[in-house]
Design a protein around this ligand. Structure first.
Ligand code: PGA
Length: 260
């Protein structure tokens, strides 16, 4: 990471885990780490929609922001079962994960839909955490760079430079998500550097230097130090390990260390 130019962010993707009643004790367990390290490291917890109101309440007096895991691309209307960006923003949500690989593969979310959701998030003043990443087959075929380029370019299509400082990009190789098999420090660093180079080509050096790029995919308290010491990795998007407030607190502590 490079704290001089960009924010460090540790984001927890709780996925479809926990009950509404689990959020309060989870928040209490996480608050000490946030109080000690929250100045140097932005902390975002993204629970299921149903848990969001309790999360807003439980994290209100802390440095922890609440994020969502998805939004509908439309502002309002006849979209049964969906949740809009303005609805979340009105509750006090600050971030939203967009284009997670589980949404892309299990729910058929296309690059076009991801782009529409990025615009919807920005319009509602939510900060999008845009996920990109290659599958194992794509990696083995040697097309990782092409896949990432297409995903990043499509996700950012039409996003003006002035809004880019609100965007966070998360590189999440699909084969590393939930497998316990994180990318090596070098592989993760290479792709994150390529993403920054791509952003430089699209928006110029100043914006590229300031955009926070996270790594996600089996990051935990044991491998976080190596990954977060890479100059182009500015934080983590953490699934499995974030379900344990102790593990997440340990990662937050690592992410706020001076030596990184
Ligand atoms: P994982 O999930 O940490 O369990 O690999 C990361 C994610 O899906 O965002």
């Amino acid at each position: 990471m490079n704290r001089k130019y960009r924010n460090t962010i540790i984001a927890a993707n709780l996925k479809m885990n926990m009950l509404p009643s689990d959020i309060k004790p989870y928040a209490e367990a996480l608050k000490p780490a946030a109080a000690s390290h929250g100045k140097r490291c932005g902390i975002v917890v993204c629970p299921s929609f149903l848990l969001v109101p309790q999360a807003i309440k439980s994290f209100r007096d802390s440095r922890i922001s609440v994020g969502a895991q998805n939004i509908n691309q439309y502002e309002s209307g006849a979209y049964t079962g969906e949740v809009s960006a303005p609805q979340l923003a009105d509750l006090g949500v600050r971030y939203v994960i967009i284009g997670h690989s589980e949404r892309r593969t299990l729910f058929g979310e296309t690059d076009e839909a991801v782009n529409a959701k990025v615009h919807a998030a920005l319009a509602a003043n939510l900060r999008p955490i845009v996920c990109v990443g290659e599958t194992l087959t794509q990696r083995e075929m040697g097309v990782t760079g092409d896949v990432i380029t297409l995903q990043v370019k499509s996700a950012l299509a039409g996003v003006p430079a002035a809004k880019m400082r609100r965007i966070v990009i998360a590189y999440e190789p699909v084969w590393a998500i939930g497998t316990g098999l994180a990318a090596t420090d070098e592989d993760a660093a290479t792709v994150c550097r390529e993403i920054r180079t791509l952003v430089r080509g699209l928006y110029g050096a100043r914006i590229a230097r300031a955009v926070s790029i996270l790594y996600g995919g089996s990051m935990n308290e044991h491998n976080a130090r190596g990954l977060l010491s890479q100059p182009d990795i500015d934080g983590g998007l953490i699934g499995s390990a974030s379900l344990s407030p102790e593990a997440l607190s340990a990662i937050i502590e690592i992410a706020s260390h001076d030596y990184l």
